[in-house]
Write a protein that binds this ligand. Sequence first.
Ligand code: HEC
Ligand code: HEC
Ligand code: HEC
Ligand code: HEC
Length: 362
Amino acid sequence: MDAPRHGSVTNKEFKLNRNDEEDFWMNAIKSLRNALCGGLLVMAQPLLASPDPAKVAGPDECGECHKNEVAVWRETQHQKAFYELSRKEEAQEIAERMGVKRLKKDAVCTDCHFTLKQEGGDHEAIAGVSCESCHSPAKEWLNVHNDYGGKDVKKADETKAHRQERLAKMDAAGMIRPDDLYALAANCYQCHLVINEELVNKGEHKAGSDFELVSWSQGENRHNFYRSEDGKQNVESSSERRRLMFVTGIALDLEYSLRAVAGATAKAKFAVTNAKRAATNIKKLAAVNKMVNSPELAEAIRIAEAADLKLNNGEALNAAADGVGEQTRAFLAAHDGADLAMLDKYVPGVDKYKGEPGVAQQ
Ligand code: HEC
Ligand code: HEC
Ligand code: HEC
Ligand code: HEC
């Protein structure tokens, strides 16, 4: 009654022909259904650490200096949904099945769709998915991150020692900066895999996005003004960066699909979808590592393969997810992307970008 070990899969070529692939999934899902022998534990808890409302400053504050970033963000689905979600029939149906009366009040929806800010004693939804959903709540780092060493000190005049101290303070205050690609991208997967068993099985919410890090970050969500020469161009992330994102994205997808299965309690859509997702991610990572040959990725794959994708195996699956995360960070520490040009054929290009990148307002 064991779940299929995906060791058999990773030995196969990445490009299975279509029928092979369908057969594989039919068998994998059949054996999974048998293996997921639904001992009911506690219902899986959402994994997302949504920003602490007491520490949220809100996007209007960011806009005082980051006008272009805010303008671009306003045109994304992340923010448009703030106004549109409640009116959608599908949203109302999901809410009804979940017993949710007000989408902007109930954590079941706000966890992923909205940013809450503490206003008086109350938590108010002030935006959709916003700056602080990805860069962490800002109150404790806001006045540190832009201080070059006093009121009149310009960026160019910041001392090396001050810069180091400033970055250390930003990190200590929990700011998630682009330098930490792993942490920044982990946010996406915490929401986009929809790791909430009840919401998927009972609410019939979509069981995870068809997410890919490069294509989903380089379109409408892109806001790379600071790194451009005059600060006014919304430049594509460099090709080195995109290679790193491509690999990191697959590894994070694996890590979080393992976490999803770890928390699953019932043999139903949530568990099956995520087990399938984890198995696919192992195959993808193995295909990537055929080209990259990284000891860290090899170890991540080994760890993931060793954990059975079945119910009531939370401890082992979470430990495997932790291991995959650790190896992913080690991979990032060992590569700058310049050494990964062999991936360029596989990194999604402009035609795959989700939505149009916005332009500067000023
Ligand atoms: C008073 C002006 C000001 C405000 C307000 C402000 N920022 Fe910044 N921000 C800056 C400056 C200046 C930089 C460039 C810092 C540097 O050179 O390292 C920056 C850089 C950043 C970076 C990039 C850091 C890096 O390591 O590359 C992020 C992310 C960021 N800000 C997010 C925010 C968010 C989110 C808010 C609102 C909660 C915000 N900022 C509010 C001025 C501001
Ligand atoms: C664990 C995170 C998570 C939670 C909790 C969550 N959602 Fe979602 N939801 C998502 C993500 C991610 C998408 C985007 C799916 C995509 O585009 O691939 C989405 C998309 C949707 C959509 C379709 C997109 C649209 O705008 O038409 C609806 C409707 C929706 N959610 C309603 C709800 C409702 C209602 C609740 C609360 C009962 C809820 N969601 C809770 C993550 C979540
Ligand atoms: C706090 C949760 C959360 C985080 C973090 C998050 N997203 Fe989303 N994302 C959502 C939700 C919810 C939607 C759907 C909004 C809607 O349409 O109702 C969405 C929609 C999107 C869309 C539009 C999808 C479409 O079908 O057009 C893109 C692209 C996207 N996200 C990319 C990203 C990327 C890239 C990251 C990480 C850098 C990220 N998201 C982080 C919750 C999140
Ligand atoms: C969905 C997640 C997400 C949201 C929402 C988001 N960011 Fe970012 N931000 C990122 C990612 C990812 C990067 C790094 C992209 C890269 O390095 O390729 C980034 C980079 C940045 C940078 C550095 C850009 C540069 O050129 O180096 C700044 C500044 C920034 N964000 C500010 C903001 C502000 C202000 C908001 C709100 C208006 C915001 N971000 C909303 C994910 C997000």
